[in-house]
Design a protein around this ligand. Structure first.
Ligand SMILES: [Zn+2]
Length: 109
């Protein structure tokens, strides 16, 4: 199962696109909390049911080179036996190059 999450709506941790709205802070806090909780429940249910889960953050797809790298990493992951992978811009564009091992390391959520 491959999810593509918007960094803002799904609250990608430590991501520059995970901005905080300046108005109605209580509304947004509740909204984001609900989204995060739902994502966690869905991911846990899928994993327990035997599905493999990939999360591709929006920030990994914003630039063409990053999107290509994300697609390559997803392709490698699909052929691997790893259960989870998480790809954000940090995983597709790390200083030492994007590798499946680095991306999988980030998946231990
Ligand atoms: Zn992000």
């Amino acid at each position: 199962m491959v999810f593509v999450h918007g960094c803002f709506w799904h609250r990608h941790e430590s991501c520059r696109y995970t901005t905080k709205p300046s108005t109605r802070p209580e509304f947004w806090a509740a909204k984001f909390e609900t989204n995060i909780a739902r994502d966690s429940v869905v991911r846990t249910m899928l994993l327990k049911a035997g599905w493999r889960v990939a999360i591709v953050w929006e920030c990994a797809l914003r630039k063409p080179d990053d999107a290509k790298q994300a697609a390559d990493l997803i392709s490698d992951w699909l052929l691997s036996d790893q259960v989870q992978i998480v790809l954000g811009e940090r995983e597709v564009r790390p200083p030492n190059g994007g590798t499946l091992e680095n991306a999988i390391r980030c998946a231990s959520i």
